[in-house]
Design a protein around this ligand. Sequence first.
Ligand code: BGC
Length: 380
Amino acid sequence: MKKSILLMAVIAAAVGLAACNKPAEEPKDAQKADAGKPAASAGGLIGIAIPETHVERWPGDAAFMKKELEAKGYKVEVASADGDQSKQNKQIEDFITKGAKVIIVGSVSEAAAQAVESAKKAGIQVIAYDRLITGTDAYDYYVTFDNYKVGTIQGEAIKAALDLDKAKGKNITLFSGAATDNNARFFYDGAWDVLKPYVASGALKACGPAPDGSKDAAWPKTTTEGWVAEKAKARMETLLTGDCKAVQLDAVLSPNDTLARAIIGALEQDGKYKTLPFVTGQDGELLSVKWIIEGKQGMTVFKDTRNLAKAAAEVADSLVKGGKPALSGKHKEDTTTYNTGKKVVTSYLLEPVGVNKANATKEMVESGFYTADQVAKGTK
Ligand code: BGC
């Protein structure tokens, strides 16, 4: 309940911000001003289902999509599943009952497939947002970032920070995201493909499990249930008193910022680290950007969710109007990579950007994503 109030507040604030950009004085000739604009909600309902709000990006994704879709004349409802797939399935069923034209789903897990199939039976198209919905062929389009590339950017950042082409015996430990999230595999595989040769050569040594890709039976041991920070912190504590006790870590592969800060918390508590290892991240979360500038977190991968939201809104609009999606922003159309297990879905991949101390201000502030003041405070 608290979380949905928080979500509503965040969305209201974001929509309010957008409203602030309107000119203060209403034009005298209101009819003229509205000419050419779609009537509010005339396009029908679009449902947006997001997986969780404990990772900072999601309420932002919802707010950006809401704004884009409302500008196209749709009525928009947002529901957060709080990491619970059965809750999300009920939310999707609710959108179906309300006669949504399209439902945009950032799924919690594969069990979203059931709800996607009921949407299809009701003649409603679903768009997979950010996370592939596996185990079904009941939808056609997926909008996301290049998830494998997110991982390679993290791997490359570790390679550069530890100077792996010259180094010997650097120590690393490896974390993955939620095993139920298809993206977590792509992130790990991208990073592993960069790091593997250095593990093979002895330049890099892993303490704790070092699965050879996400298909390796050992991969689940690196995962973090539900992308929950406390779980990553607890695992890091266990590693520090167990498998990684005897070594001085030089790097930690963390799949996102929420987990990176939890891992850094465990490293700081441990007391052994006067200089923190190079910890990777993802999402460009506000506090992580501050920490990157301060040198406490190594890097993040920024995925500009304003662009993803715009792409999703454009795909939704094309589907309502019965055409093939036409995206206005930079993207790659991929018809081979994302297999649900039942079919390969047409995917629109946006480009992630590696962010470190050197380009943090350019990418995160000059792009207008945050203000300099927000980054300095590490909070909004
Ligand atoms: C998203 C990441 C996010 C993670 C946890 C992934 O599916 O792609 O951006 O950090 O989920 O919410």
